[in-house]
Design a protein around this ligand. Sequence first.
Ligand code: ARG
Length: 419
Amino acid sequence: MYRPGRVALATRSLNPFVVGIFVVVGIVILGVTIGLLVHFLAFAQKPYLYQSNLRITNVEYTRQLESPTSSEYRALSRTIENLMNETFRASYLARQFKRAYVVRIRQGDQGVIATVLLKFHFTGRVSEASMKNRIEQILRRLQNNAGTMIINVSPENVQLIPPATAEDILIRECGSSPELMTLSFERIIQGTQAGAGDWPWQASLQLNNAHHCGAILISNAWLLTAAHCFRTVRDPRQWSVTFGYLLSSPERRVNVRRIIIHPNYISETHENDIALVELNSEVSFTRNIHRICLPAANENIPVGATVYVTGWGSLQPGGSSVNVLRQGAVQIISNADCNAPESYNGLVTSGMICAGRQGGGTDACQGDSGGPLAMADSRQIWSVWGIVSWGYECGLPNKPGVYTYVPFYRDWITQQTGI
Ligand code: ARG
C-alpha cells in the first residue's frame, strides 16, 4: 500500500543531519586551509646557510692541520665551532641558529683561515641584507670574546649560499657524509641495503666489466684496494671502476691506467694485501661520488670501536655478488684476541686488523675484498681504517673478518700517489 506521509516525514527528518554534516565538513576545510596558510606564510622554517671565513692570527698553521683527521685539526675545529655556538646561542638569533661547522682550515698570511658554515632556520619572510648584517654583527663579538684565540672577522665576510654551494664545498673535502650535506648530523643506518650516496667512496673494481672486488676512492684519480684482487689479471686494460650503489646501473665507469701492487704482498700469508689503482681520467666529485679520508700513520683505532664494512659481496661463502650495495656494522677486535688459538692462532700480523661481531653474524664475504672498513669521527667525517682482505668462511663465531690496516701503509700510499 502506498503511504506518502511516511516518506515525507523521513525526508524532513534527514535534512538537519545532512546540513550538519555539510557545516562540519565546511568548517574543517576552512580551518585546515587557514592553518596551512598561516603555517606556510608565517611559521614555515626555512634553512639558510651562510659561509664565513675567520682569520685566526695567533694559531700557527702546522703540517698536522693539513689532514682533517688529525687530532690537531679536530681540536681546532671543535674549539671554533664551540665558540660560534656559544656566541650565537647568547645572541638574539639564538632560536634561529642551528649550528656552526668548520669545513676547511687553511694557511693564512698570518695564522690560519677557517671556513665555517652557519645554519639558521628563519621563519616567514626575511630580508637577506638585514640578516647578513645581523649575523656579521654577532660574529664581530667573537673578536673580543674568543678566549685565547685572536679572531679577525673581516667586513663583507658573511655570505648567504645556496644549499648546492654548501654541498660543493663539502664534497671537495674528504670523508663528508651524506648527513653533513644538509648539516643535519642525523644518520640512521638501518637494515643492510645502502641507499644512493650513503657510501660515496665505495667503488666496484671490474674485470672485463664484471664486478670482481670493492675499491675505495681516496682522490679524483686514485683508489685503494686489495692486492689479492689482481692475483690472476694484472693488465690495467682489462680493468675498470664503477661508481654508484647499484652494480646494474652505475653512475660512472672509468678505465684503469695503472695498478700498483704492494711489492711485499705475499698471497700465502695475506701480508701487505694492498694495492693502488690509478684512473685513466679523473672522476669529478658529486654528492654520490667523493673521497674518504685516510688516517695518519701514527693513528690507532680503538678496540671495540664500531666500524662499517660495505660491499657487493656474496651473502654466503661461494655465493654470487648482489646488485644493491650492502652495509654492516662490526666492532674492532684486538690483534691479541684475534690471534687466540680458537680464533686465527697467530696469523694476524701488525699490518692487519680484525673486525666482527661477538658470536659471528655480520661480516664481509667473497666479492667484498678491496672494499672499505670505515669509521666516522665525532664530527661525522669518515676515514678508511681497513681494506677487506681475508677470513675463514664468513660470519662464523671466532672467525672475524681480517682487514689490511690502512695506517700501517699510510706512508707507502703517500710515496706512490703523493696523497
Ligand atoms: N677474500 C675475499 C674476497 O676475495 C674476502 C674475504 C673476506 N672474508 C671475511 N670473512 N671477512 O672477496
